[in-house]
Design a protein around this ligand. Structure first.
Ligand code: UDP
Length: 354
């Protein structure tokens, strides 16, 4: 089969890095990079570090509002589908690139495969939630990370075929875990010691686009124990600058700000952190796999199993709740969630049976 894969942002490069290799052993893949994330720190480093093939097509579509960006992607993907005549289109996760790839393919009569289907935060104010729900209802093959995601899709009576394959990001995380744990250089390079620092990421629109929420994030950071390492997403840096808060954050004692890091360095820093604070979906999962407590800076999460297992606490931007969560002992048990590191192989099997 010829598969047209559409990716565009950081977590999608990581997911595609798991699937693309095994997929190409059996099928022809045309990898399309929409350009949603285009700078080196969020894009090219993941291709080189994780061995992802160079995209066959680069659309160079970044910036703009969600609607406008999605519209430009739709306009660019439609002629590509006509030109390449794929047997199926493959999309990952919940971004504008996911929805644009899925919708353009479905309109062209090309079956859509959605990896990481069925995740829900039940928060329709999140652009990601709209992208997920719509892609799932467009999809013909819905590949789920967990049984609860599959149950959700059944409850929504989706039209596509549902299969639980496990989580492809887990494949990558488990593959890199031994290297990440042994990488003493990663914390040392930032003047940190294993087990004694907090690692922070924050970039969700709901946390950084509203200056009042951004101020609350800054106050939360001020209240937390140090040292803390915070690789700052470009979106967050831009919003901090616009709100006049960047200088204040840079001046906080014990807070080390860096550019976004590559996967190898970042995963080493996750594995060796005392705890992780994040609003990222992928990072919640990776902290769980690493056995590092996670404090999620959101009121809800798609990765509910990590919360139910007691390793992840939702605090939104409440500094008191974050401090309390950091003082709690992690549970003794950490049941395996989201698969065994072989999700990509199951994806390829399911695609073969399409
Ligand atoms: N990540 C990274 N460098 C960083 C921060 C995150 O490599 O400085 C990785 C992280 O390990 C995870 C992915 O990026 O695999 C998560 O991406 P992001 O937070 O952008 O997206 P989300 O998962 O929230 O959709």
């Amino acid at each position: 089969m010829r598969i047209l894969t559409v990716v565009g942002n950081r977590p999608q490069f990581i997911k595609a890095a798991a699937v693309s290799g095994p997929l190409r052993e059996q099928h022809e893949e045309i990898l399309v990079h929409t350009g949603q994330h285009y700078d080196d720190a969020l894009s090219s480093i993941f291709f080189s570090e994780l061995g992802l093939a160079r995209p066959e097509r680069e659309l160079g579509i970044g910036g703009g509002s969600n609607t406008e960006q999605t519209a430009r992607m739709l306009g660019a993907i439609e002629p590509l589908l006509a030109e390449t005549e794929p047997n199926a289109a493959l999309v990952y996760g919940d971004t504008n690139s996911t929805l644009a790839g899925a919708l353009a393919a479905a309109q062209a009569g090309v079956p859509v495969i959605h990896v990481e289907a069925g995740m829900r935060s039940f928060d329709r104010a999140m652009p990601e939630e709209l992208n997920r729900v719509l892609s799932d209802h467009i999809g013909e093959l819905l590949l789920c990370s967990s049984e609860s995601a599959a149950e959700q899709l059944r409850a929504e009576s989706v039209a596509g075929r549902i299969e639980v394959v496990g989580d492809v990001m887990v494949d990558v995380a488990l593959r890199w875990q031994p290297t990440a744990r042994a990488n003493a250089q990663a914390p040392a390079a930032h003047g940190l010691q294993a087990g004694s620092y907090l690692l922070m990421t924050a970039h969700r629109a709901g946390n950084v686009d509203d200056p009042a929420r951004l101020r609350a994030l800054l106050e939360l950071i001020r209240a937390l124990p140090k040292p803390m390492l915070f690789p700052v997403h470009p979106r967050t840096r831009a919003r901090l600058r616009e709100a006049g808060l960047l200088g204040e954050l840079e001046g906080l004692q014990g807070v080390r700000l860096t550019e976004p890091l590559g996967y190898v360095e970042f995963s080493a820093l996750v594995c060796q952190a005392r705890a992780v604070l994040t609003d990222s979906g992928g990072v919640q999962k990776e902290a769980y796999l690493a056995g590092v407590p996670c404090v999620t800076l959101r009121a809800n999460t798609e990765w509910v199993e990590t919360v139910q297992a007691g390793w992840n606490t939702l605090v939104d931007l409440d500094a008191g709740a974050a401090l309390q969560a950091l003082h709690a002992e992690p549970p003794a048990e950490r049941p395996p969630l989201y698969g065994d590191g072989h999700a990509a192989e199951r994806c390829v099997q399911a695609i073969g049976a399409l």
